[in-house]
Design a protein around this ligand. Structure first.
Ligand code: GDP
Ligand code: MN
Length: 387
């Protein structure tokens, strides 16, 4: 689960991390009220959306007067923000953060995430942070250092200090940066986060280290231990298809292709997507209906797949293990009738009662393209696109 910058900053402030004073606002009036509470107009107005790269997309504006503040609020609220992280689309800005402007001399990067290859959490640090970090990662990866740490023991203070010393920081600055690093690793572990990212972490004109931006993503599997954060969920920022799917207990991830996939089991779903690509197609989604898919779940899954207007064909790939193929076939038939499916449907069934299932499909009167094995199914789905 992702949360907004202003929410991440509320959490981090409780851990005594240095955050600029700020107030969330949802209208121009609220922005002006926030400025009144802060007491001056030396502010920054920041779009609150679940995507980074806002600065480059016009979603972050520095102001110095009431008029500039009003103009910035008007231009950002309601803006369709396109950034490098909005995957070709855009997101509408509904909230902004009004925060005290910080004058700084240096922008650093500090992130904590899981290194899946090593199976360990790690700190990623760079003394050249800011909006060009992706560019830096491509061109000068040696300027970004990674430090793994034990998830149970945490990051010992001396290793945090070693990290900042190795990047040329000394004295009081090094002390502050080491302490911030150590605290952020604690936040990461204690909150079951999958990402804590501060970009930029800045050193202001008085030499104080400040977290200018903050991103926190929670590991959904750990969220049950942190019910206090559930109210921070902002469904408007999430993929509408994914929100709907989660209501039915379906694992769904929206993608950019045009072949809708309905598969039972995450491994089989991954293999199906691979084979679609191998056959020259692009999957529209990852969708795992689960090992014990019911007819209702199958219908819900069909509806979610078809909500995506890019979908030109549907591939159903079900292995009947716990569920019997004939039950699934009936589920498919009911669903197709209910949603009045008007695009090609390729079905590959395998497993218990497969013959009964195939018979049902054959006599249903529905135009179903049947396939015998996975590769065959993927190829037929790709071919169906041009039929
Ligand atoms: P992002 O582009 O979505 O990552 O948004 P950020 O919060 O990181 O802001 C983008 C950039 O705006 C930062 O890298 C800074 O250069 C600049 N910026 C943001 N807040 C301030 C501020 O308080 N003072 C100054 N001088 N620049 C800021
Ligand atoms: Mn940033």
């Amino acid at each position: 689960m992702k949360i907004h910058e202003y929410q991440a900053k509320e959490i981090l402030a409780k851990y005594n991390l240095p955050i600029p004073r700020g107030i969330m606002a949802e209208s121009v009036d609220q922005v002006l009220e926030a400025a009144k509470k802060i007491g001056h107009f030396n502010l920054v107005v920041k779009a609150q959306v679940h995507a980074g790269g806002r600065g480059k997309g016009g979603g972050v504006k520095l102001v110095a007067t009431e008029q500039e503040l009003k103009d910035a609020a008007k231009s950002i609220l309601g803006l369709s923000l396109k950034t490098a992280q909005t995957a070709g689309g855009s997101v509408t800005v509904r909230k902004v953060l009004v925060a005290e402007k910080v004058n700084f001399s240096k922008e650093l990067y500090l992130g904590i995430t899981i290194d899946r290859e090593k199976g360990l959490p790690c700190v990623i640090f760079s003394s050249s942070g800011g909006v060009e970090i992706e560019e830096l990662a491509r061109k000068s990866p040696e300027k970004i250092v990674t430090l793994h740490f034990d998830p149970v023991a945490g990051l010992p203070a001396f290793r945090a200090r070693e990290l900042v010393f190795s990047q040329g920081f000394t004295g009081d600055t090094a002390n502050q940066l080491a302490q911030i690093t150590e605290r952020l690793t604690k936040v990461f572990i204690q909150l079951d986060a999958s990402l804590v990212e501060i970009n930029p972490l800045v050193i202001d004109s008085a030499g104080k280290a400040i977290l200018l931006d903050a991103k926190i993503s929670f590991d959904d599997n750990g969220l049950f231990r942190h019910p206090e954060f559930l109210s921070m969920r902002d469904e408007k920022e999430e993929d509408a298809r994914e929100v709907e799917a989660s209501k039915f207990g379906l694992s769904y991830v929206g993608l950019d292709g045009n072949i809708g996939c309905m598969v039972n089991g995450a491994g089989l779903a991954m293999a199906t997507m691979d084979l679609i690509k191998f056959a020259g197609g692009e999957p529209a989604n990852f969708l795992d209906v689960g090992g014990s898919a019911t007819a209702e779940k199958v219908t819900a899954a069909f509806k979610i797949i078809l909500r995506d207007s890019k979908v030109r064909a549907v591939l159903v790939n079900i292995f009947g293990g716990i569920m019997k193929c004939d039950v699934i076939a009936q589920g498919i038939i009911d669903a197709v009738r209910e949603v009045k499916l008007a695009i090609p449907l390729v079905v590959r069934l395998e497993g218990t009662n497969v013959e009964k299932g195939k018979e049902l499909l054959k006599h249903s009167g529905i135009a179903i393209i049947t396939a015998n094995e996975l590769k065959d199914a993927a190829e037929k789905a790709v071919a169906a696109l041009s039929s």
